[in-house]
Write a protein that binds this ligand. Structure first.
Ligand SMILES: [Zn+2]
Ligand SMILES: [Zn+2]
Length: 452
């Protein structure tokens, strides 16, 4: 089997693997780089051979964001994905078109949008949802056959890993994975038995695991912080990704309210996350492997964020919990605007519940100390950090040791490292060399075809 990493860098960016096996040319994911602008955010799609199939592991933009461009180049290619992803993919891409269109207006990047609303219909028509854990025989143009099985990968609603079997060879792509239950998504169920090739994500390779930090302990700590903030007459901002993490938080709040563990106060929630609640509800009812119901929003009496402008630095009149995107406090998002109102005031709290890239406003805020200043670019506001700023750990990715343990059980002869920054990849390469000394480990050079 040959693999070419079409991501433009050795990082978590425009994830896209070209796989050649038997007579097949497959693409696993086609993502858009979250930190690059314009056409530079796309994977290397220029030299694509005619594809038989695209396998989509899940609907985060770093995996799905370039899919319409693949379809433009190859209109007849079929996209294999989970039934849950098939429900939400168009909605996620539609939002991406709106964001890119706005960015074009604001920054003048001429490439944007990289695709149009009209092109999303082609994506929708190309979707071939495959039920989870049901082997499916695929045929290539030259008549050769492989068997594909999608395995639940935890991580986010609809996420799968892909097992490809050809003759007696077994190749497995983890996609992004979490081996523990979340509120809205059950744990991954990966294949048992030996694998020949394992293509693994390495997100947390450079993150030492802290066994004392569990989802349960972080949930308690978050609820304690929210309750203390509300009890002191403050407001709490919980910045969260609109797809998945926001629904995790809603489920945690719902459950906590039910058992009296979350103080009564209004919860404000707006935009894409609220809209996606309908999609997650549909995914739960029609596709399975997702647990989220729309009534949670009604039960929690979720209120939309008011459009009324409060000048930055001035505290919001209505006290409550503001559960808003973006999770990294990206500029001009609702979470960023509300942060500019809350940060100067000691009774308030900002509770990060997801990963923040160091180059985002969220990452920059987390790097500062209480009492420091913090500049809200674009609002011309220099805040003094007087609110509580806390980080809570609810990662959707497996701790590194659990991925190594999976590899040890699977005893692959060949391992391919993907989806990680260089230090994360190095940790895995060293660990695999110790734990699986017989295995060939490949950390593919972007754009270079490797025999694996
Ligand atoms: Zn992901
Ligand atoms: Zn990812």
């Amino acid at each position: 089997m040959k693999i070419t990493d079409l991501n433009t860098g050795r990082d978590i960016g425009s994830n896209c693997l070209l796989v050649q096996i038997a007579g097949f040319h497959l693409l696993v994911d086609a993502g858009m780089h979250p930190k690059k602008d314009g056409a530079a955010a796309l994977p290397r799609l220029n030299e694509l051979p005619p594809l038989d199939y695209v396998i989509l592991t899940h609907c985060h933009l770093d995996h799905v964001g370039a899919l319409p461009v693949v379809l433009r180049k190859q209109p007849r290619v079929e996209i294999i994905c989970s039934p849950a992803s098939a429900i939400v993919v168009k909605r996620i891409l539609r939002n991406s078109v709106s964001v890119m269109t706005r960015q074009r207006e604001e920054t003048g990047i001429k490439d944007y949008p990289l695709f149009t609303y009209g092109e999303l219909d082609a994506v929708e028509r190309a979707l071939r949802p495959v039920p989870l854990l049901s082997p499916r025989i695929l045929r290539a143009g030259d008549g050769s056959e492989i068997t594909l099985t999608l395995h639940p990968a935890g991580h986010v609603a609809g996420a799968v890993g892909a097992l490809i079997e050809h003759r007696h060879r077994r190749i497995f792509f983890t996609g992004d994975v979490l081996f523990h239950d979340q509120e809205t998504v059950p744990a991954a169920q990966f294949p048992e038995g030996r694998l020949d090739t394992l293509v693994t994500e390495t997100t947390h390779g450079a993150t030492p695991t802290r066994p004392e930090v569990t989802r349960a302990s972080e949930t308690r700590r978050l609820l304690d912080t929210l309750n203390a903030t509300l009890a002191h007459g403050g407001s709490a901002l919980v910045p969260a990704f609109a797809f998945g993490r926001m629904h995790e938080m809603l489920t945690i709040f719902h459950e906590a309210r039910r058992r009296g563990a979350l103080a009564e106060a209004p919860i404000f929630c707006s935009g894409l996350g609220v809209d996606l609640a309908d999609y997650l509800d549909q995914m739960s009812r029609k596709a399975g492997w997702v647990n989220f119901r729309r009534h949670i929003l009604t039960d929690l009496k979720i209120r939309p964020l008011e459009n009324r402008f409060t000048p930055p630095g001035q505290d919001l009149a209505e006290k409550g919990i503001y559960l808003l995107s973006s999770g990294m406090l990206v500029e001009k998002t609702p979470a960023w605007r509300v942060a500019a109102n809350l940060l100067d005031h000691p009774r308030n709290a900002i509770c990060f519940v997801g990963y923040c890239d160091p180059d985002t406003p969220g990452g920059r805020l987390l790097a500062r100390k209480h009492g420091d200043t913090f500049l809200f670019h674009g609002l011309d506001h220099v805040a003094h950090i007087r609110a509580t700023v806390e980080r809570f750990h609810f990662s959707g990715h497996a701790p590194r040791e659990e991925l190594v343990a999976f590899a040890r059980r699977a005893e692959p002869r060949s391992i391919v490292i993907t989806h990680g920054d260089p230090p994360a990849r190095e940790w895995f390469a060293e660990e695999f060399a110790i734990e699986l000394p017989g295995a060939k480990v490949t950390d593919p050079e972007p754009g270079v075809t490797c025999l694996v």
